[in-house]
Write a protein that binds this ligand. Structure first.
Ligand code: UD1
Ligand code: CA
Length: 497
């Protein structure tokens, strides 16, 4: 239910030069989402009538992102062609509204990602109950360098905000800083903005000047102190990006822990913003859960595993594996050292073991792919067993082809299945086969050279070697312990492969 008289303007036009990046600052990700998503999601949480984003640098990338962000409400975007200052940016935001704003206008920044909806709502509520015309969210910080300082008169009333570079020595000692987040009475803001000048060290139109203008007009200006200053911190460079990522991760980890997830090592466990994890699941050290992942109950993930866009049922075990856009059913287990690529589906109870790579394939209930296998574009039916080292040859250099393996099929080790090919239900493939033709239900396919042994070859051709010695110790040459093979001397020209 939108609050009928609240407009939010998110300022996000700045260049972000200190990121030294081709990516616009507000598109840098934190917990799997661009900075601007965090800012907009927090603002959306208070259900404003209008949510406006003022864009400039990198606006095409931001606009494209917003067009596809279906977890955000409609955002009105507007472009501030030249970044003439925060006051100018706020004016651009107001101009983008379909009608003149009524009630209150909340201004926030696109590069302040940890601000919570609860904090914004408290600011709005405080503004309303105090009768302020302007309420500034402030914070006490140990190093206020670079921030605007909150200037109060003798009885503590806020009268102005002075930017660090415009402040005198005494003002610079003030440790209460302007977060850049404010609530304004719409009428006061609309009336003051055109009067904001540029006589400051940067020659910019400062939104902060609205504070002294409103105060000078006899309006009440108040400050609300943030409980946790980190919520008001912006990202200007990549050290701050990493520092805030750490804080946000701690917050996310804690939320899951309180919801019943065991997280053995919060420091090495990184969880994106929108992940769901069922109760009694355990995350071991070194786990990364990336955007779009959901995990059921009683799962065990890790150590050292990455799940990206994966959906897991209950009782799933993932050990030291990397999985992208895979669906993994109840009771399935994966790894160690498995690589599940997009469109892999493991049905319940499926087993994928060590050094197995699977792409765009479905593994049926209870089917096993235990060791050293590549399956691409394949379908494996219930209960089938794929032997160690089996490879689907799904690609001829131009096209990809499917491999269809029915139910309860046994594929012997180190076989190559040359697609397109079908192994019908209950068929067998002998170890080491190269299968190029379909195998019918119940048949055994043997597709490899027949073994033939050259009787006594080692004794004749490697007579003075340790191989011959070993063979003689084992009884070779006395005609007794030899398996059936070629008669003596028949194959002397054969060489080992
Ligand atoms: C601003 C405040 C300062 C406050 C600090 C908190 C002013 C004059 N100063 O300073 O009091 O302590 O934030 O971080 O407001 N932006 C635009 N268009 C512009 C200029 C800025 O969209 O023309 C956006 C930026 O993208 C950024 C935000 O506004 O998200 C703040 O701009 P920035 O230049 O970082 O302001 P500060 O100098 O940090
Ligand atoms: Ca800044």
């Amino acid at each position: 239910m939108p609050q009928p008289d609240v407009t939010v303007i998110v300022l996000a036009a700045g260049a972000g030069t200190r990121m030294r990046s081709a990516t616009p600052k507000v598109m840098h990700p934190l917990a799997g989402r661009p900075l601007v998503w965090h800012a907009l999601a927090a603002a959306a949480g208070i259900a404003p009538t209008h949510l406006v984003a003022v864009l400039g640098h990198g606006r095409d990338q931001v606009t494209e992102f917003l067009a596809g962000a279906d977890d955000l409400p409609a955002v009105i975007t507007t472009v501030q062609e030249q970044q003439l200052g925060t006051g100018h940016a706020a004016a651009c935001g107001l101009r983008a509204l379909p009608t003149a704003p009524e009630g209150i206008v909340l201004v926030t920044y696109g590069d302040v990602p940890l601000l919570r909806t609860e904090t914004l709502q408290l600011l709005v509520d405080g503004h309303r109950s105090s009768g302020n015309a302007v309420t500034v969210l402030t914070a006490h910080v140990t190093d206020p360098t670079g921030y605007g300082r909150i200037i109060r008169d003798a009885d503590g009333t806020v009268t102005s905000i002075v930017e660090h570079r415009d402040a005198d020595d005494r003002q610079r000692e003030i440790t209460e800083i302007n977060s850049g987040i404010y609530v304004f009475d719409a009428a006061v803001l609309t009336e003051a903005l055109p009067r904001v000048g540029t006589s400051n060290s940067q020659g910019e139109q400062y939104l902060t000047d609205v504070v002294s203008l409103a105060s000078g007009d006899g309006h009440r200006v108040g400050a609300q102190l943030a409980d946790d200053a980190v919520e008001t911190e912006g990202v200007n460079d990549r050290t701050q990006l990493a520092a805030l990522a750490r804080v946000l991760n701690d917050r996310i980890v804690r939320r899951h822990q309180l919801a019943g997830v065991t997280i053995l090592d919060p420091i090495s466990t990184w969880i994106d913003a929108d992940i769901t994890i069922g109760a009694d699941s355990v995350l071991e050290p070194g786990v990364q859960l990336k955007a779009g992942t959901s995990i059921g109950q009683d799962c065990r993930i890790g150590p050292d595993s990455t799940l990206n866009g994966c959906t897991l049922g209950d009782d799933v075990t993932i050990t030291r594996s990397h999985c992208i856009d895979a669906r993994i059913g109840d009771g399935a287990d994966v790894g160690p050292f498995a690589y599940l690529r997009p469109q892999t589906v493991l049905h319940h109870g499926a087993h994928v073991g060590a050094h197995v790579e699977i792409k765009k394939s479905t593994i049926g209930p209870g089917a096993k792919v235990p060791h050293l296998t590549y399956l691409g574009d394949a379908e494996v039916g219930a209960g089938s067993n794929i032997g160690a080292g089996v490879i689907t040859a799904n690609y001829d250099g131009v096209h990809k082809f499917p491999t269809v393996i029915g139910e309860h099929v046994f594929v012997g080790t180190n076989s190559t299945l040359v697609a397109p090919v079908t192994l019908a239900d209950g068929s067998y493939v002998a170890a080491g086969s190269t299968v190029t033709q379909d195998v019918a239900a119940g048949d055994l396919a043997v597709a490899r050279g027949r073994q033939h042994d050259s009787r006594g070859w080692v004794l004749r051709r490697r007579a003075d070697s340790r191989y011959a010695d070993a063979a003689r110790r084992a009884g070779a040459g006395n005609g007794a312990q030899q398996p059936a093979g070629q008669p003596d001397g028949a194959d002397d020209k054969d060489s080992p492969a």
